[in-house]
Each structure stands twice: as structure tokens, then as C-alpha cells.
Design a protein around this ligand. Structure first.
Ligand code: ZN
Length: 229
């Protein structure tokens, strides 16, 4: 099935995307059912670090093996690491490593949630010998972290934080090359167009050029040749 590329890309959302947008809707693996999937939309499935326990992990493994070949599922995640959660960080890292193995085996990018754990993330990426793209959603890293992450095949996605960008965010955005950028609305009440417009204003990038670049990033990141525009 060819991927249909619309005008806008929404790389991470928890709700259905509009007709002018190619989006990836997140479905939590432990709550997954095929009935939740709607024609014309794309999905990611994964085990969010907030939900990790023995039961969700076995459901995650079963959901993945039953559904990984579904052509509407084009990414893993959201998965990741969050040091604010009570779940042991080593266990979170093990689950992330599992996502990475599935990602490499199936040549699928991973969408990641990462809070106060960027060093742990890089350490998992190295130990898992990951080559596939990882997309950091709702990216809030600082300059030093960003410089580290740019050495890997990692993309950075921005959404709500573009509404009132801090000086730190503007500095980070200006460090990240355009070919590593995506936008998202996550769980927020945000039009994807607003994220594009704000980023365009912050960086002085022409909006139609920006739309083309993000579409190309999507093709590159997802290894898509077969595209219907
Ligand atoms: Zn999310």
C-alpha cells in the first residue's frame, strides 16, 4: 500500500488527523484493537514508559507480533524513558531496547518520549547498535544534549512548545538542521498549521519550502519510495 503524503505531516498525535495532513496516530499496545484503526490514517504502536509492568509488557509483545505487518502501522512507539516515573530506569531501558530490536528487524522508525534521560537514551541506542531513525517527540533538550543527539540518526519533533518559544528553544531550533525536523500536536489542542507557521517565523524559513522539506524528511525517515502525492 503506498503511503499518501498530504500537505502537512503530523508525526505524533493522539487523535484523528485532518484531510490535509498525513499523521501518525499513537495507539498504546496494551489497549490496542484493530477496531480503533480508521482507514486513511497511519499508526504507531508501542509501550509508553508510564505503562510498563509485567502484564503490559506481555500484551505489548503479543500485539506487536500479531500486527507488525499491518500496512497502516508505520512506526513503533511512543516508547521511551522518563526519570520522573517510579518505574526503574533499568527496566525502562530494557523495554526501549526491545523496541529498538523490533525497529531494526522490521525497518521501522521509533517515536520516543524522553524526559531527563537523554544520556540513558544514547546509551541504549549505542548498546542496541540501533541504526533506524528515532524521532524525539515534544523535544525539550538543551544545546549540549542536542549536539550529542545530532551525531545519531535522530529527528526532533516540536509542537506545543512552539507557541511561546523560550530563548533556549530558539537557540536549539537554530542548531538543528531542517532535515532533522518534524511537527506534532500530541495530545494538545494545537492545529498542525500553527506549529509550521511558528517554526517558519522563528527560523525565517519560507512556509512552502518548509512544507516540502518536512515531506522529504518523512520520505527519508520512513524509507518511502512509493508515495502518492
Ligand atoms: Zn504522545
Amino acid at each position: 500500500m503506498p503511503i499518501i503524503l498530504q500537505e502537512y505531516i503530523n508525526i505524533h498525535s493522539h487523535s484523528i488527523c485532518k484531510k490535509n495532513t498525513t499523521g501518525i496516530i499513537n495507539l498504546f499496545a496494551h489497549q490496542f484493537s484493530k477496531e480503533l484503526m480508521i482507514e486513511g490514517q497511519y499508526y504507531s504502536i508501542g509501550l509508553h514508559p508510564l505503562h510498563i509492568n509485567g502484564k503490559t509488557f506481555s500484551t505489548f509483545e503479543k500485539t506487536i507480533s500479531d500486527n507488525i505487518n499491518n500496512p497502516q502501522i508505520i512506526a513503533l512507539g511512543e516508547a521511551g524513558l522518563d526519570r520522573r516515573y517510579s518505574t526503574d530506569i533499568q527496566l525502562q531501558m530494557t523495554v526501549l531496547e526491545k523496541h529498538s530490536l523490533i525497529s531494526e528487524r522490521n525497518e521501522m522508525p521509533v517515536i520516543l518520549h524522553c524526559v531527563r534521560s537523554y544520556n540513558d537514551l544514547i546509551s541504549v541506542r549505542n548498546s542496541a547498535n540501533a541504526r533506524m531513525p528515532w524521532i524525539l517527540h515534544a523535544y525539550y533538550g538543551n544545546i549540549q544534549t542536542t549536539a550529542q543527539l545530532l551525531k545519531h540518526n535522530i529527528y526532533f519533533s516540536f509542537g506545543k512548545n512552539l507557541i511561546h518559544p523560550t530563548d533556549k528553544l530558539i537557540e536549539v531550533i537554530n542548531l538543528i538542521p531542517l532535515d532533522r525536523v518534524f511537527f506534532e500536536n500530541d495530545e494538545d489542542d494545537l492545529e498542525i498549521e500553527t506549529a509550521y507557521d511558528n517554526y517558519s517565523r522563528i527560523t525565517g524559513t519560507d512556509i512552502s519550502l518548509l512544507k516540502n522539506i518536512i515531506r522529504n524528511n518523512f520520505k527519508e525517515c520512513f524509507g518511502i519510495q512509493n508515495v502518492e502525492d
